[in-house]
Design a protein around this ligand. Structure first.
Ligand code: FAD
Ligand code: SIN
Length: 515
């Protein structure tokens, strides 16, 4: 691995990491990515778009109201206000960088509609390829800056903590297995989500909660870990991960029906198919529990326009032999997004000195108990930018930022558990998380999950791969879910089905023992 000097280290190359890196310019920044740039990144897969109050009938205040309503009473109001206030300017910056968002015939941004938004405010690209366009734009911008060095296919493993300060990370070169130590005074975790923890997920297999687990092991405060969002409509064709059927399809009027041809959402919620995501996901799950399968009927609402309106979804469907112009699209709920993560303040500062976090790996408090559709790309953009400006002011205050990258010469390969055993353990974790720590939870199931995770941790807690991180994150989610004895937003307890005002606050937690 080449050695270079830089001022800050950003771990993760999705929207959060790349915007932070860009905005740190002209400082010298190293971006670490465990994949090749642009690959295995949730950002690349984002379909629906990015929310911003841009329409003439819209305002940041209305956007804030919708965000807080989705958050089920525990979103941090100040953080929401920053998010919705800054949204239009951050979208404008993406346009300035060259992002080709969809426009109307009159040349205005074409704004889409999604569930629980009271206005059309979803900025999109290529119909349903928004994330891809944003990522492409950011990668081009990063590539054009000499001050940013991107180190690909190197996986961060643990934070280096000295005297209570984060000084860098240890990492492993995926190709050679060499141990690498990267030191920096400013470290940013932007490692994305945790979807791989669940048997059914829309996330790339790389979404293994590495940043959250690293921060937890180093003693950082985590927040809101019980809140895992399940997307109602992943394409149920036996693929892992499951391709997403964007909510915008329902936004354009598609209906959910079971295999008896019954439309069930109208009797579940006044907003029917456009009810909050957790309500729709649980309603579909309930249908499944009764032995029914569920399809999305888009013939009437979208019909022949499907290929132009939703080219990505159309491609997934046709590849599976389903023509959504004339057939129902089989759908099922899948783990999609973690509202919780590393607790950060309004500048993305974690509880550990010299460590910032942004994007899905962080918990700003904006999403509360449930995230409003298309607020995730936005949160990453807004708070990734704020992390960069906070680090820049810290640098101005102290001119002593320096870093060295050092390849440990006596590199060794990690001890690995036999592949089949680790693969079986991973499968166990994913199954127990989906069954017991998924859409519907109860005390007995959560305790059983914790016992299984602890057993697996005893055996695989030092695993060289991502299983080690998944076990930490799974445990933190299950513990937080056990402690919240109520139902709120995405967290549903069948033994405590009501919302309880005694729990109307965010949760904060630390890893009790080092895994
Ligand atoms: P990511 O984009 O996932 O990037 C994480 C980066 O961290 C990657 O580069 C990865 O390689 C790197 N990394 C991870 N671990 C390590 C490690 N140990 N060492 C080094 N590098 C590491 N949100 C919306 O707002 N609108 C949408 O329309 C939307 N649609 C979605 C559709 C799908 C299918 C999915 C899965 C999510 C969608 N979301 C959407 C959510 C949104 O895409 C993500 O929350 C967001 O992109 C996360 O960005 P990020 O930068 O935090 O993480
Ligand atoms: C979708 O397009 O339905 C996903 C949007 C999101 O997760 O915000």
């Amino acid at each position: 691995m080449e050695h270079h000097r830089s001022d800050a280290l950003v771990i993760g190359a999705g929207i959060a990491g790349l915007i932070a890196a860009l905005k740190l310019s002209p400082a010298r920044v190293t971006v670490l990515s465990k994949t090749r740039l642009g690959k295995g990144v949730a950002t690349d897969w984002a379909q629906g778009g990015i929310a911003a109050a841009i329409g003439k009938d819209d305002s940041p205040q209305l956007h804030a109201i919708d965000t807080q309503r989705a958050g089920a009473g525990i979103s941090d109001r100040k953080i929401v206000e920053i998010l919705t206030r800054d949204a239009p300017a951050r979208v404008e910056e993406l346009l300035e960088l060259g992002a080709a968002f969809d426009r109307t015939a009159a040349g205005e941004l074409a704004l889409g509609r999604e569930a629980a938004h009271q206005r059309r405010r979803i900025v999109k690209a290529g119909g349903d390829a928004t994330g891809h366009e944003i990522l492409k734009t950011l990668i081009e911008a990063v590539r054009a800056l000499e001050s940013i060095e991107v180190v690909e296919e190197v996986t961060a493993r643990d934070l280096i903590l000295e005297d209570g300060c984060v000084r860098g990370v240890t990492a492993i070169d995926n190709g050679t297995g060499a141990h690498v130590e990267i030191r920096a005074d400013a470290v940013v975790l932007a490692t994305g989500g945790i979807g791989r923890l669940y048997r059914h997920t829309t996330n790339p297999i790389e979404a293994t909660g590495d940043g959250i687990a690293m921060a937890a092991r180093a003693g950082a405060l985590l927040a809101d870990m019980e809140f895992v969002q399940f997307h109602p409509t992943a394409l149920a064709i036996g693929r892992d991960p499951m391709p997403l059927v964007t909510e915008a399809v329902r936004g354009e009027g598609a209906l959910l029906v079971n295999d008896l041809g019954e439309r069930f959402m109208a009797s579940v919620h006044p907003d029917a198919e456009l009810a909050p995501r957790d309500v729709v996901a649980r309603a579909i799950f309930e249908q499944q529990q009764r032995g029914r399968t569920v399809g999305l009927e888009a013939r009437e609402a979208i019909g022949a326009h499907f290929p132009e309106a939703f080219p990505t979804v159309f491609g997934f469907c046709m590849a599976a032999g389903i023509d959504p112009r004339v057939q129902n699209i089989p759908v099922a709920p899948a783990a999609h997004y973690l509202m919780g993560g590393i607790a950060v303040d309004e500048w993305g500062r974690t509880s550990l000195a010299n460590l910032w976090a942004c994007g899905e790996t962080s918990a700003t408090g904006v999403h509360g108990a449930n995230r409003l559709a298309s607020n995730s790309l936005l949160e990453a953009l807004v708070y990734g930018s704020r992390v960069a400006s906070d680090i820049a002011s810290a640098r101005r205050r102290s001119k002593r930022l320096a870093r060295h990258v050092q390849s440990v010469p006596e590199a060794q390969r990690d001890r690995r558990s036999p592949r089949t055993t680790a693969a079986q353990a991973l499968s166990d974790v994913r199954n127990v998380m989906y069954s017991n720590v998924g859409l519907v939870r109860d005390e007995a199931g959560l305790r059983a999950a914790l016992a299984r995770l602890d057993d697996l941790n005893a055996e695989f807690g030092e695993d060289a791969g991502e299983l080690r991180n998944l076990l930490v994150v799974g445990r933190m989610i299950a513990e937080a879910a056990l402690a919240r004895r109520e139902s709120r937003g995405s967290h549903y307890r069948s033994d405590y089905p009501q919302t309880n005002e005694a729990f109307a606050k965010r949760s904060f937690t630390r890893l009790r023992s080092v895994a």
